[in-house]
Design a protein around this ligand. Structure first.
Ligand code: TXA
Ligand code: MG
Length: 310
């Protein structure tokens, strides 16, 4: 992806005027706005058709800006040093005098924060005097966007600008860890939990389907391609698309391979674009072969499970 300074300037101009724009990150594209401006962030909820009760992640370029808004702990610092910038979101205590709009958090006393690694995103956020609130750039409950054209497909002329940063390298949303009480994982994602455990040197509670929702994004229906999807399928039914990781000898027009090398990382990167592609080709349902529940396979299976509740 060729780096283009004038596009970044353009993006900054829109954000400074409190518009909402599409931005690339290494996980998925975000729908971004000035996190200090209630006027700007209200637009995010409206565009996404997102319930006001579902708070947004705020993106920072550096830890000193974060310290204006949140309290940090030793555990945070350990994880920050190892994994940031990268696909990890922290839920932290919000400071009383923080300038983050109350609309972002739905008046909660906690804030979800992330430091994206994407080169274009970093250039942009370094030039701003405010952090960026940005949920994934898709209509609520639907599949996230991993390319600028996905964002345009979802929002069309409703947004003024999408900053193109090429295809997202990870392709799944960030892993969310809540550090406000004891460390607990609220969402599986682009960073494997085992890697977090080895830095904190302890087993971490996985709380991705709690009876009382902590993260509204834990809702059961999510990431839906808009057509029925079934998992662990041994073969497709007639006229069904078949999504696979591992190359089979059978070649058929309705077989879609997530990876060329039977690699889960590559499969994660391609998952959302294949779900979109299959829907756009006019298939009425999707069968997915059994995906190994190891490493990023766990995050892929989490998304597929929620997508299958259509
Ligand atoms: O990779 C990502 O995290 C992408 C990119 C754009 O950064 N963003 C993303 O945002 O996935 P979104 O809005 O689609 O998902 C954010 C999740 C939601 O499930 C929300 O409920 C949860 O974070 N969340 C936000 N603030 C929270 C808080 N204070 N406590 C608990 N969960 C929170
Ligand atoms: Mg989302």
């Amino acid at each position: 992806m060729k780096f283009n300074q004038s596009n970044i300037k353009k993006a900054k101009k829109y954000l400074d005027k409190n518009y909402c724009i599409g931005v690339p990150t290494e996980t998925v594209y975000g729908l971004a706005a000035n996190a200090f401006s209630s006027y700007a962030v209200k637009k995010i909820f409206k565009l996404k058709k997102r319930p006001k009760s579902n708070p947004l992640i705020v993106h920072y370029s550096n830890i000193s800006d974060l310290k204006n808004d949140c309290l940090i702990s030793d555990e945070f610092l350990k994880l920050y040093k190892k994994f940031c910038p990268g696909p990890l979101t922290f839920v932290l205590h919000l400071k009383k005098n923080s300038k983050i709009s109350k609309i972002v958090t739905n008046n909660k006393k906690t804030l979800a924060v992330r430091f994206p690694k994407h080169r274009v995103f970093k250039k942009l956020i370094n030039d701003l005097n405010y952090p960026l609130a940005a949920p994934s750039a898709n209509i609520s409950t639907k599949v996230s966007a991993v390319k600028a054209s996905d964002v345009k497909d979802d929002f069309g002329k409703k947004i003024h600008y999408v900053l193109d940063g090429g295809k997202s390298k990870i392709g799944l949303e960030s892993t969310i860890i809540d550090l406000t009480k004891f460390p607990q994982i609220l969402r599986l994602g682009g960073l494997e939990v085992s890697k977090i455990e080895s830095v904190l040197n302890k087993k971490i509670k996985i709380n991705i389907n709690p009876s009382k929702k902590i993260a509204p994004g834990q809702s059961k229906l999510h990431y839906s391609p808009g057509i029925p999807l079934r998992m662990n399928a041994l073969k497709p039914k007639k006229n069904e698309a078949y999504l696979l990781v591992k190359k089979k000898k059978i070649k058929s027009f309705n077989y879609f391979y997530l990876s060329k090398k039977n690699d889960l990382k590559e499969a994660a990167k391609n998952l959302y674009s294949y779900l979109r592609k299959i829907k756009n080709k006019g298939y009425k349902s999707i069968a997915v072969e059994k995906i190994p529940n190891i490493g990023l396979g766990k995050s892929i299976n989490d998304r597929l499970k929620r997508a299958s509740r259509f």
